[in-house]
Design a protein around this ligand. Structure first.
Ligand code: SR1
Ligand code: MG
Length: 397
């Protein structure tokens, strides 16, 4: 069922959130608390509760029974709150330094109470503000390698892994990705959203049978490859960061899927930021892409050498094969993500905020070409350095 609600579920108000924080003794007795709903994402309510005397604060996140971005006409399972809580707890086993601490959860109210990270910035906003976030890609490379290796059959007992697969069955949220990332943008579908000036470019995508065949193959991988517990929505809006710290939030789309999906979403969102900038300011993003992959490979290899339980892990060439499959799939997934963020339902501010309009349109045209090239030519993009070359070539073509 899309939406089984328990009888005591109700969306919280700001004053309910304060009452709940008090009932759970999350602050010292008699603290003066304030609360604001600060959610600006597509799906959930996010309450920040603060002790006005010492500034201590927590976040109460509550799933709504529908997608906030569309409205009540799009029902959405509350079970995503359970998935998010359990994914945060699972990721914290491997990389506690990169995820918010969970203080409490309640499945019937669909809430997760967690560490407030508002001393950090959303990475997308920071990058749009030309901030470098020097450790972002080191941290994300390690986050990806450890969370993905240790939840895969390479690093986890196969029986326990299958128990986890069961726990993270997430059909409704996967369906959103299947539709919004892998289907709707490639057809004339009502969820699509693009400027009229892009009509011809979009029709080129809808009519490109070679592209559509490759997207079908990537969708099939997303549907069937239960390789590891992926975050499932790892764009730069799901990352808090500053120059020293990085935290990955919002794993409500988590499920057992292809490792390359998380890697590809990171690549895509860094690329989207790169192309939104003037060429002389793009390099830092290409460096972040390279570092993400280099650190991912280093950490994944270290984990494989020290902790792999798969007997074939010692066979020469197997690790290299796994890494090259991950990279190829990541390139293809990145292409799909770039296309859907340009013409699908859920856009990114990196592109939408470009002014003036004619510049925005020409960068979106570049995004569509770049996304299509990455999907179709993913086998020939074999090194993260190639992203820069591809972007330059596509812009010139
Ligand atoms: C209806 S949800 C739209 C998008 O927001 C989420 O963050 C995911 O990226 C999803 O595709
Ligand atoms: Mg999200």
């Amino acid at each position: 069922a899309a939406n089984k609600q328990s009888s005591n579920y109700k969306p919280l108000t700001e004053s309910d959130a304060i009452t709940l924080a008090k009932r759970l003794n999350l602050f010292e007795n008699d603290s003066q608390l304030t609360c604001y709903e600060i959610g600006d994402g597509n799906l959930n309510l996010v309450f920040k509760v603060t002790n006005t005397e010492n500034g201590e604060s927590i976040i109460i996140k509550q799933a709504l029974p529908y997608a906030k971005v569309v409205g009540e006409s799009w029902p959405l399972t509350l079970d995503r709150s359970r998935i998010e809580t359990n994914a945060l707890i699972k990721q914290a086993e491997f990389v506690p330094q990169y995820v918010p601490k969970v203080y409490y959860s309640d499945e019937s109210l669909a809430i997760t109470i967690m560490e407030d990270l508002s001393h950090l910035q959303i990475a997308r906003a920071a990058l749009m503000n030309d901030e470098d976030l020097p450790l972002l890609s080191n941290h994300i490379g390690e986050f990806l390698a450890k969370t993905l290796f240790y939840t895969s059959d390479y690093g986890l007992n196969q029986h326990y892994k299958k128990e986890l697969v069961k726990q993270f069955i997430n059909p409704d949220l996967c369906k959103i990705t299947e539709d919004l990332v892998f289907t709707d943008p490639f057809f004339d579908h009502e969820t699509n959203d693009f400027e009229q000036e892009l009509q011809k470019d979009v029709e080129r995508i809808w009519n490109d049978q070679v592209l559509k065949l490759e997207v079908a193959k990537l969708k099939q991988i997303f549907l069937t490859k239960a390789e590891a517990l992926v975050h499932g929505d790892l764009h730069t809006g799901s990352i808090f960061a500053d120059e020293k710290e990085t935290k990955v939030i919002d794993p409500e789309f988590a499920y057992f899927g292809p490792i390359g999906f998380d890697v590809g979403q990171v690549f895509a969102n860094l690329l989207l930021n790169a192309i939104s900038r003037e060429p002389k300011k793009q390099n830092i993003l290409f460096t972040h892409i390279e570092t993400t992959w280099t650190v991912f490979v280093e950490e994944f290899t270290k984990a494989w050498k020290n902790d792999a339980i798969e007997v074939f892990s010692q066979v020469d060439g197997y690790l290299e094969y796994v890494l090259s499959e991950i990279f190829e799939e990541a390139v293809g997934f990145a292409g799909c993500e770039i296309i859907r963020r340009t013409i699908g339902l859920a856009h990114v501010a990196d592109l939408d905020k470009i002014e003036p309009a004619n510049k925005r349109i020409s960068i979106k045209q570049l995004a569509l070409k770049l996304g299509s090239e990455l999907v179709k030519n993913r086998k020939s993009v074999t090194n993260p350095k190639d992203f820069k070359e591809y972007t330059i070539q596509t812009a010139l073509s």
